[in-house]
Design a protein around this ligand. Structure first.
Ligand SMILES: CCCCCCCCCCCCCCCC(=O)SCCNC(=O)CCNC(=O)[C@H](O)C(C)(C)COP(=O)(O)OP(=O)(O)OC[C@H]1O[C@@H](n2cnc3c(N)ncnc32)[C@H](O)[C@@H]1OP(=O)(O)O
Length: 219
């Protein structure tokens, strides 16, 4: 795994940080746009006008483009970040973005899902909650010095997951064996009602072993 270090101030890092912050604001605005699309009830001719305007904006952004989304890197403050990631990336409109914090037991987050995550009527799609747990589990493994790829994820859906209100998610490593790491966790309401729980198996690719322990302090 190759992780670049973000540009420093001497190499124009503050300009880059400012641009990335602006991209984060754009991504958040696009999330608002996506919710507006799934909820809008405006007239058809207004939908057509908005579609034309969005097409123009899309072309403006395409005027200069990278080959891939933003890749993992060490931020100026020394922490790991992956701004283009589909779950945690501030600059990816598809991401919540999930903010995980390391706790004495593992990791914890307070995800709030959105109307655009609709699955069954009025609740969050099971694939979306599984994705969030998958990422949180990978973060728990990394924080324990066991950076890995998901080999399997078993999800148990206990209650429909609502959007529009803060929930609590946590994950912790339960067992290790060689390059294998098992992680358990859940998404629950703040009062502790479990909505989704899962168990994941993460495997550290042999090539990642040298970086694996080093990353723990950067998560
Ligand atoms: C400075 C940097 C900071 C970084 C700080 C990062 C912090 C931020 C964290 C972000 C967190 C993101 C979390 C998202 C995580 C994804 O979304 S990952 C994407 C989804 N997963 C994938 O794409 C994985 C695709 N699969 C693979 O690449 C490979 O199959 C794997 C999983 C790496 C394993 O390959 P391998 O190492 O070649 O495994 P192999 O030698 O065949 O088998 C090893 C052992 O595992 C077992 N095994 C292999 N596969 C499986 C399986 N699927 N099920 C059960 N057992 C299995 C084998 O049987 C074998 O067992 P033993 O015989 O040793 O008992």
């Amino acid at each position: 795994m190759t992780v670049e270090t973000a540009a420093t101030e001497e190499t124009g890092g503050s300009d880059r940080e400012s641009r990335l912050a602006a991209l984060g604001v754009l991504a958040e605005q696009v999330r608002e746009l996506m919710d507006a699309v799934v909820l809008t009830d405006v007239a058809e001719d207004e939908i057509a006008r908005v579609t034309e305007e969005v097409a123009v904006l899309t072309e403006r952004l395409r005027a200069a483009r990278r080959d891939t989304p933003l890749q993992p890197e060490i931020a100026p403050d020394g922490s790991f970040r992956h701004l283009g990631n589909a779950v945690a990336g501030d600059c990816n409109p598809y991401a919540l973005p999930l903010k995980a914090e390391v706790t004495p037991d593992g990791v914890r987050a307070e995800p709030t899902f959105r109307p655009m995550h609709e699955g069954p009527p009025n609740s969050v799609h099971g694939g979306v909650t599984a994705m969030i747990l998958d990422h949180l589990f990978g973060t728990a493994a990394a924080a324990a010095g066991r950076l890995g790829m998901t080999a399997s994820l078993t999800v148990r859906y206990r209650r429909p997951t609502p959007y529009g209100r803060p929930l609590v998610a946590d994950a912790a490593v339960t067992r290790t064996e060689g390059r294998k790491t098992w992680v358990d966790g859940r998404i629950a309401t703040p009062d502790g009602t479990v909505l989704v729980e899962a168990t994941g198996l993460f495997i550290t690719p042999t090539a990642w072993l040298p970086a694996s322990e080093e990353v723990a302090d950067r998560v």
